[in-house]
Design a protein around this ligand. Structure first.
Ligand code: SF4
Length: 194
């Protein structure tokens, strides 16, 4: 607190240090920039459009399954991961956990939570809806709830998420979802013809 007012948060460490306030080193392993909050908040506000767009995009990826299969999922993993990292990095500040849950979290990436909580906020959300660890950052779960309320399948936020499988980090969620959907479709066809 400076003169009764809250001091600058951890996203402005130099400004905060100049006030003499304690500035914890590397509170955020991600060293987020305000720019990325702005784009993330845009994505949450447009969650309904992004939900619709992702649906079409996933269909197109599934339609291309024979192509991925022919080239080999292993071979396309690297270029697709590169594109996924950059596109989702820009829009969602994606941390490439490899198990994307954006469709269930109002287009707010839970891996931006400093505690990496995947099933709702901790008890430390500030009165202004910001994070207790990074006071400048709007709580990703407050945003997730707001984004989910705009979405057609927004109640998916109530689904309990599994713990993160760390072995999938830095892999493409897009390809995994496509391969799983293609396998499910083939199994359903086999079931019908049996
Ligand atoms: S949930 Fe995982 S894959 Fe999806 S945006 Fe967040 S870090 Fe990236």
């Amino acid at each position: 607190m400076v003169d009764g007012k809250p001091g600058p948060g951890n996203a402005a460490p130099a400004k905060k240090a100049a006030t003499g306030a304690y500035t914890p080193a590397a509170v955020s392993p991600n060293r987020r920039a305000r720019r990325s909050y702005t784009i993330r908040l845009w994505s949450v506000r447009h969650s309904r459009f992004l939900e619709w767009f992702y649906g079409r995009f996933a269909d197109a990826f599934l339609w291309l399954h024979p192509v991925w299969n022919r080239i080999g999922y292993g071979r396309v993993e690297r270029p697709v991961t590169f594109v996924e990292r950059n596109v989702k990095g820009l829009l969602f500040d994606c941390r490439m956990c490899g198990q994307c849950v954006l469709s269930s979290t109002g287009m707010s990436c839970p891996m931006n939570c400093p505690k990496q909580l995947r099933n709702g906020p901790c008890g430390g959300v500030r009165a202004n809806g910001h994070c207790e660890v990074e006071p400048d950052m709007p709580c990703v779960w407050v945003q997730a709830w707001a984004g989910s309320r705009n979405m057609v399948n927004g109640d998916a936020i109530l689904k309990v998420q599994k713990p993160v499988n760390q072995s999938l980090r830095e892999t493409s969620s897009w390809l995994r979802v496509t391969a799983e959907a293609a396998a499910a479709r083939e199994n359903a066809k086999k079931g019908e013809s049996a």
